[in-house]
Ligand binder design. Structure first.
Ligand SMILES: Cc1cc2nc3c(=O)[nH]c(=O)nc-3n(C[C@H](O)[C@H](O)[C@H](O)COP(=O)(O)OP(=O)(O)OC[C@H]3O[C@@H](n4cnc5c(N)ncnc54)[C@H](O)[C@@H]3O)c2cc1C
Length: 412
């Protein structure tokens, strides 16, 4: 049966959900308080990592967090004024980093990410969106043996979950990426992934596709959600509107909307940064490359190389601080000696993160007319298309491709 469905949030998750619901014949309106793709989906590293399964909460991570948080130029930082706010999240995160929990979370993550490439291909197939998605590998490189050895726990999880990868030596790394300095002795390579050449254009293109198929977009900031027996009222910046069903895909801002319905989900944000470098750099790499030692990614985009990095716990309100990401420029130059590090622009975005590294995908515990789809942390682009498919399956009452219990909002 065709329903009137409102999707809150025009990031990759909202746009993919809207397209998938539309394909089932629903009347879809996508809402965002800003223009489409103004959130985390705008400025990420553009990697679709098929089968990605390593949760952020890995055994031993909490010691790394505490060590890095006090180092001035580490890839992770906690704003002092936010420390008391993030502490409960970090305690849950620490609990999720026990070996048994990390192993369970890895298999749940993989249950979604192993479909990433297939569902992206279905989504873009025979549309203008194919221009924004290319086949690519996912390569992490290391100079030191000790740094590579420290990936053993991650590789064990990949082995356990059946995620395939290859270990590369120096010459193989340079065969893949001839412009990299010949300083990297170890590589971890996952083939059969995709790269997005411009995440903003891709997601905006998804919204345009939805509009061309009869959907609607409205700039509307939702302040209040009120479910009734057979409908949901939404009120906010442009009055009150009503829908049969609502999808909450508001990324890092979803927590307060869920709270209104009595669902207390420990969503917080891992803020991340990027620098867009000179347009002349765009052909220096074939695919995104991760510097495994310094935790940053160089991604070739259609407008130049994007350097992305950092996990900053600072909440949704603090102003950006670009100094840490800028401090990586000499390291990027060491990695890619011909890199022109002239900066076109700088950006900060809000990864929506839960302590177990899994998204929330499921109906509100208090209304079967409100469905949550948020919390995709570092993997929202990867899981975008498969999430859209799951959203439409759940709304249709079809059997989803995997057990949804691990993703239910009441798991905390
Ligand atoms: C530096 C960085 C690099 C990354 N690299 C990768 C990568 O390579 N691969 C990968 O898979 N993932 C990556 N990610 C993660 C990925 O970008 C996110 O997981 C994903 O974009 C989240 O999408 P979303 O649609 O849930 O949220 P968003 O894109 O943030 O969209 C949420 C939208 O909701 C809107 N909104 C919020 N509240 C309201 C409201 N009350 N009313 C109306 N609208 C509202 C916002 O305006 C926003 O547009 C990266 C993230 C960062 C920060």
């Amino acid at each position: 049966m065709s329903s009137k469905i409102i999707v809150i949030g025009a990031g990759v998750i909202g746009a993919a959900s809207a397209l998938s619901l539309q394909a089932d014949g629903h009347h879809v309106t996508l809402l965002d308080r800003e223009a489409p793709c103004a959130g985390a989906s705008f400025g990420n590293a553009g990697a679709i990592v098929n089968g990605s399964c390593v949760p952020t909460a890995m055994p031993g991570i909490i010691f790394d967090v505490m060590r890095m948080a006090v180092q001035p130029l580490s890839p992770l930082s906690i704003r002092p004024e936010y420390f008391h706010r993030i502490l409960p999240w970090l305690l849950r995160f620490s609990w999720q980093s026990r070996p048994a929990a990390a192993s369970k979370n890895a298999s749940h993550l993989r249950a979604l990410t192993k479909h990433a490439v297939d569902y992206w291909r279905q989504l873009v197939d025979e549309t203008a969106l194919t221009a924004f998605v290319e086949e690519a590998g996912w390569l992490k490189v290391y100079e030191e043996e000790a740094s590579f050895a420290a990936t053993a726990k991650a590789r064990k999880l990949m082995d356990e979950t059946g995620t395939s990868y290859e270990v590369l030596g120096r010459s193989e790394i340079n065969d893949f990426e001839p412009n990299l300095a010949p300083i990297f002795n170890f590589g971890l390579y996952q083939k059969d992934c995709l790269r997005i050449v411009n995440p903003h254009k891709l997601v905006k293109g998804m919204v345009d596709l939805m509009l061309s198929r009869g959907g609607r977009f409205r700039q509307f900031e939702v302040d209040r959600l009120q479910p009734e027996a057979n409908k949901v009222n939404l009120s906010g910046s442009a009055g009150t509107i009503t829908a049969d069903k609502v999808i909450v895909a508001a990324g890092a801002w979803s927590r307060s909307l869920a709270e209104q319905l009595g669902d207390n989900v420990p969503l917080d944000t891992e803020r991340g940064y990027h620098l867009m470098l000179s347009e002349s750099t765009r052909d220096l790499l074939n695919a995104p490359v991760v510097n495994g030692e310094s935790s940053f990614v160089l991604s070739p985009m259609d407008t130049g190389i994007r350097l992305s990095s950092q996990i900053e716990f600072g909440g949704l309100l603090a102003a950006p601080d670009y100094s840490r990401v800028r401090s990586l420029l000499p390291l990027a130059k060491r990695m890619l000696p011909t890199l022109d590090t002239h900066e076109q622009s700088a950006w900060m975005g809000f990864r929506p993160s839960l302590p177990d590294s899994l998204p929330v995908l499921g109906f509100s515990t208090n209304s079967e007319n409100v469905l949550y789809a948020f919390g995709h942390q570092h993997l929202g682009m990867t899981m975008g298309a498969v999430t859209g498919k799951l959203v439409s399956d759940l709304i249709a009452g079809r059997d989803p491709i995997t057990d949804m219990m691990p993703f239910r909002p009441s798991r905390f």
